[in-house]
Structure formats: structure tokens, C-alpha cells
Unconditional design. Structure first.
Length: 169
């Protein structure tokens, strides 16, 4: 088994996350997790003030490596889902770069050219907005780490405004 995920499996998962409008209630949140095959039994819960982060280990259908996923919730409503395809502790790997390029290429084919959300991150961060849902692909080429965030665009706008207001140039 390789430690690099198969890009098609990851894009399929992202597409399933954005197929329907983003959950606005706990019932819609539960329906999303059911479609994804996530259950309350496959998580670990870490309480952080008023929100919660749930961590999932997702097995891919193609005997690829597991994908670590985190969902953040506020008052039972899902805020975001992050897929950690390669962690920062992983050694650099040219196959991981190919995986990133393939994921970006497939998402571009499905949703058009990505935007680059913040100045100075060209090549390392790509973003698409699909029906009000943001897909945020972040790549650290020095460590071959790859994370994909999926969240409601209003949540991302709040995070972006905070980052811009607190950035040091």
C-alpha cells in the first residue's frame, strides 16, 4: 500500500461533500455524514470552548492509504471539513507533488480555474467556490503536505477577513 492517496478517490470525496447545499442544521449534518459513511462511532471528539472538532480515519475504496479528516462544529452544525492527505511530518515525496497536481487539474476540469485567496501563496493554495461552498487546497511543497478544506463561503470569508486584518507584511 502506498502512502500517497489516489487523486480520483480524493476528488470523488470532495465532490460528495459539495454535491448538496452545505448543512445548516444538525439533521442535514447527520445526513451528510451518513452519505459519506461517517458515523459517531468512528470519531474522536475534542472539545474546544464552544465548538468541537471530530477526527475521522477514512479508508479509501482503492486500497490506498487512509485519509485523516477533521470536521468542526458549532452548536451541532458543521462548520468545515478538512482532509489531511499528507501531514507536515511526512518526508518530501515527488509522488505527493504529482498527487497535488492531479487533484488541482481534476478540480479545475470540473469547476474552472481556481482563485488564489491571499497574496504571496501562488502555487501553494488554490480555491474554488461551487454553489456557495469553498474548496480550499493547500500544498506545502517543502514537506509534501496536502490539506483540502471544504466549508460554507461565509465561514471562509470570516476567516479571510481575520487573516487580512492580522497579517504582518
Amino acid at each position: 500500500m502506498t502512502e500517497i492517496p489516489r487523486p480520483e478517490a480524493i476528488v470523488d470525496l470532495v465532490e460528495e461533500l459539495i454535491r448538496y447545499p452545505w448543512p445548516k442544521s444538525e439533521a442535514e449534518h447527520e445526513a451528510l455524514f451518513k452519505r459519506l459513511g461517517w458515523s459517531r462511532g468512528t470519531q474522536s471528539l475534542r472539545q474546544i470552548s464552544t465548538d468541537a472538532a471530530m477526527h475521522f480515519r477514512l479508508e479509501t475504496s482503492d486500497d490506498g492509504p487512509p485519509v485523516m479528516a477533521t470536521s468542526r462544529e458549532i452548536d451541532g452544525v458543521i462548520e468545515s471539513v478538512f482532509l489531511d492527505l499528507r501531514l507536515d511530518s511526512a518526508l518530501p515525496d515527488p509522488e505527493a507533488t504529482k498527487c497535488f497536481d492531479a487533484i488541482v487539474s481534476q478540480l479545475t476540469g470540473l469547476h474552472g480555474e481556481p482563485t488564489i485567496p491571499w497574496h504571496g501563496q501562488r502555487g501553494l493554495r488554490k480555491m474554488w467556490n461551487v454553489n456557495g461552498i469553498d474548496i480550499d487546497v493547500t500544498w506545502n511543497d517543502s514537506r509534501s503536505s496536502l490539506t483540502i478544506g471544504v466549508q460554507d463561503e461565509r465561514v471562509f470569508a470570516e476567516v479571510e477577513a481575520y487573516a487580512r486584518a492580522n497579517s504582518v507584511e
